[in-house]
Ligand binder design. Structure first.
Ligand code: KIV
Length: 273
């Protein structure tokens, strides 16, 4: 089935994303964590589906992304892959699976690729993780970087405020982005940093930048699907645009069902054998 706005139904590759940057075509990315949502998101024409470790929040109800395990990410990614035909599927490497030892990182990366069938991995961090990124790339696995507000480091930051407003952090972020691009990352997610800095990073590297709260100059945008569909009432950062109010839609539908069951209206004579 052709996507909502997409005539080109070929599978998206990392090379296609690079071409999109070169030709000025914007990249649309969203998260998904399960088969049913991934089918809808893919069918609607999203270019990249991220199996984010935000599954820890949206799926499991944890406060941070830290508790989600490798096995749990593999379960989510495998379910997503089954629902996707066109989008590039990127899976987050969860906290603790790549920071300790680069050899461990490549073993965990290989496990995710083999057991899920996803297309690429995303890792948070700058020059500190370059040894792990290099080994993963050497194993033939495409890597997306992630800089700025990296949620796996929330305990170090102590706040979800905008990152890299100060010169020292901004200049480290720019050199981290250059290092990740030079080593071979195919794209870099920039989370919650000033739009001006994100624009400079985007101009300075050959590979696409994907923004979440990093402004419109980036080569693409990503949102957490539950947030943009309005399934999550309490979360309203400035960067979030809500495209639906599924919280109300689902509450109304479920409320109507409860009322129909209680009144004996459901099932009616047509809805039984
Ligand atoms: O886990 C996630 O959903 C992410 C996005 C916020 C980019 O990493």
């Amino acid at each position: 089935m052709a996507g909502y706005l997409v005539d080109d139904t070929r599978k998206v590759t990392t090379h296609r994303l690079f071409e999109m940057k070169q030709s000025g075509k914007k990249i649309a990315m969203l998260t998904s964590y399960d088969y049913s949502m991934a089918r809808i998101v893919d069918g609607a024409g999203v270019d990249v589906i991220l199996v984010g470790d935000s599954a820890s929040n949206t799926m499991a109800g944890n406060v941070t992304t830290l508790p989600i395990t490798l096995d749990q990410m593999i379960y989510h990614a495998r379910s997503v892959v089954r629902g996707v035909t066109r989008a590039l599927v990127v899976c987050d490497m969860p906290f603790g699976t790549y920071q300790v030892d680069p050899q461990d990182a490549v073993r965990n990366a290989v496990r995710i690729m083999q057991e899920t069938g996803c297309d690429a991995l995303k890792l948070e961090g700058g020059v500190e993780i370059i040894p792990a990124v290099k080994l993963i790339l050497d194993a033939g696995i495409p890597v997306m970087g992630h800089l700025g507000l990296t949620p796996q480091s929330i305990n170090k930051f102590g706040t979800y405020a905008v990152r890299a407003k100060e010169e020292a952090e901004a200049s480290k972020l720019l050199s981290d982005a250059k290092a990740l691009a030079e080593v071979g990352c195919f794209a870099i997610t920039l989370e919650k940093i000033p739009a001006k800095l994100a624009a400079e990073v985007t101009r300075s590297i050959a590979v696409p930048t994907i923004s979440i709260g990093a402004g419109g100059a980036c080569d693409g945008q990503v949102l957490v699907v539950h947030d943009m569909l309005g399934m999550n009432k309490g979360f309203s950062p400035k960067f979030l645009r809500r495209y639906a109010d599924l919280y109300s839609v689902i509450t109304d539908a479920v409320g109507q069902y409860v009322s129909d069951v209680k009144s004996g209206d459901f099932p009616n004579s047509e809805e039984q054998y």
